[in-house]
Design a protein around this ligand. Structure first.
Ligand code: PMP
Length: 347
């Protein structure tokens, strides 16, 4: 327990937790639970990293408005950081993402501008670029900003090295949205733990890396068009319809394996993490765990496998993750109710 000068001091330092009941016995499976961040996701790190770097460079002036295109977690993290640092925030988000995300950001004082779902991630980005240009706002550019991988190099990766000090880390399993986590952590692993195999998961419906097809880019590295292998997928926060510069910059020879994850496996693993491990996390966490379990099956005895669990499950109540969860009493619950006299209706 510690005292902090503001909520910003509580970002990061997330726990690594052993997976006991879901993991096969011959390996040690570990999960880094990013839901412990103040606003419940790994993107709190990026939000703090980008705002602090822009303040330090003078690119962001006191009280200047921040604008960003985000599927949600970045917006929520930025809303928290902007609230604590006194910057107004405008978030641009496709209307296809879950409604609780929009309301959360507005609750934190941000304004949320919705773009049509068919325009996808590239449409959100285009709108944010225009708004920044038109109004002189600071555009956070999570997909290209070097402060994104840098914060993972300085925090996420350092925490991992610390937590596995004196031990082998055989596999690091991760997905990508911007690729900030993958890029920043893999830099440190390359230098300090080169034997660690990096396994990158992506949706089976959108195997952008796995397809081998290149990404068309603008001179600044941003995506010029959508990627041909992209299709809609349920892993909100993973794999936009282009390969971000930060993900594309990762040396492919450092990536041991690219694993396609099926949507239903992601949902099932998220549910099983909750019901069998007590770890309440979102869809991309379930997807990463599905990848880690596949790695675990073939891994040598005694392997240490670490996977990232990027956010809390609380963010998905209105999504397919909760589709099969009843709100009325189930037959089984009715039977439990009826098993004692109290409250039972007179026949
Ligand atoms: N999972 C979720 C739920 C996310 O919001 C994100 C970030 N978009 C990621 C995974 C991937 O993180 P990164 O941007 O560092 O690749």
């Amino acid at each position: 327990m510690a005292r902090h000068e503001s909520i910003l001091g509580t970002v990061g330092h997330t726990p690594v937790v052993r997976i006991n009941r879901l993991a096969p016995e011959h390996v040690n499976l570990w999960a880094k639970v990013e839901a412990f961040n103040p606003l419940g996701s790994i993107k709190d790190r990026l939000a703090l990293g980008i705002i602090r770097a822009a303040e330090a460079s003078g690119e962001l002036r006191p009280g200047q408005t921040v604008v960003e295109a985000t599927s949600g977690n970045t917006g929520i993290g930025l809303a928290m950081v902007c609230a604590a640092t006194g910057h107004p925030l405008v978030v641009v988000m496709a209307e296809s993402f879950s409604v609780e995300r929009r309301r959360l950001m507005r609750f934190l004082g941000a304004r949320v501008v919705l773009t049509p779902a068919p325009l996808r991630a590239t449409g959100m980005v285009q709108k944010a670029v225009e708004l920044a240009r038109e109004h002189g706002w600071f555009y956070a550019r999570q997909f290209e900003n070097p402060a994104n991988p840098d914060i993972h190099e300085r925090t996420t990766a350092r925490e991992i090295m610390e937590d596995f000090r004196g031990e082998r880390l055989d596999y690091f399993v991760v997905g990508y949205g911007t690729g900030g986590t993958l890029n920043g952590v893999s830099r440190v692993l390359a230098r300090e733990s080169p034997a660690t195999r990096i396994v990158v998961c992506e949706p089976a419906d959108a195997p952008l890396l796995g397809s081998g097809a290149p990404q068309a880019r603008n001179p600044d590295g941003s995506a010029a068009t959508g990627h041909p292998a992209w299709k809609p997928h349920p892993m909100q926060g993973w794999t936009p319809d282009f390969i971000p510069k930060i993900a594309g910059d990762v040396d492919r020879s450092r990536i041991h394996q690219v694993l396609p994850i099926a949507g239903p496996d992601a949902l099932r693993c998220s549910q099983e993490l909750a019901a069998r491990e007590g770890i309440f996390v979102g869809i991309t966490s379930g997807a990463t765990m599905a990848g880690a379990l596949a790695v675990a099956r073939d891994a040598p005895r005694g392997s240490n496998i670490l996977c990232m669990l990027p956010d809390t499950g609380e963010r998905y109540l209105s999504t397919p993750l909760f589709a099969s969860v009843a709100s009325d009493m189930t037959e089984e619950e009715e039977a439990i109710f009826a098993s004692t006299p109290f409250g039972r209706k007179a026949a």
